[in-house]
Design a protein around this ligand. Structure first.
Ligand code: FES
Length: 163
């Protein structure tokens, strides 16, 4: 699994950077077109002897094709316009006017998966400028095919994405 730690602001402390590198999984978060980067750990990757409980993953747990996001821990999605890219499972999640949508982050144009922005309820692939609506439909090319949409279910404070 790719172990890339990115920081747009470049202000990660060394201890946090070490923690993120040990976590081994990167999630990219953004709000209103600004990207932020943090870490999550999937259940699949947890060492059974690890002292790190799932709650240390920013509220995101991944098991097979299921992503569970504890919205009480992961507040990037709390407000309309909030969004995140869970990079290691190539999934975009956004709060669109109070409802949640999830899509593949693999752009149908030429496969970029980590250069996304979200603004005005549009996903923008910054590789070549394709724009998609929240259901994945192409609003502007060069992409011609929609992004695959995933099922989302909200139960209490848990948002479940089924890929
Ligand atoms: Fe997304 Fe080209 S890969 S627009």
């Amino acid at each position: 699994m790719e172990n890339i730690i990115k920081s747009q602001s470049g202000n990660l402390t060394e201890s946090r950077r070490n923690f993120l590198e040990k976590a081994g999984i990167t999630a990219v978060f953004g709000t209103l077109g600004l990207s932020f980067f943090t870490s999550c750990t999937s259940v699949d990757d947890l060492d059974p002897n690890s002292p790190n409980p799932p709650s240390q993953n920013g509220g995101i747990t991944i098991s097979g094709n299921t992503i569970r996001i504890d919205l009480s821990l992961q507040n990037r999605l709390a407000s309309p316009g909030g969004w995140l890219l869970i990079e290691n499972v190539k999934t975009l999640v956004a709060n669109v006017n109070g409802s949640f949508v999830a899509l593949t982050s693999v752009c149908t144009h030429s496969g970029c998966f980590d250069q996304w922005a979200f603004a005005n309820n549009r996903f923008i692939c910054n590789c070549h400028g394709s724009i998609f609506d929240p259901s994945g439909r192409v609003m502007q090319g060069p992409a011609t095919q929609p992004l695959q949409q995933y099922t989302t279910t909200l139960t209490g404070a848990t948002l479940t994405v089924t890929r």
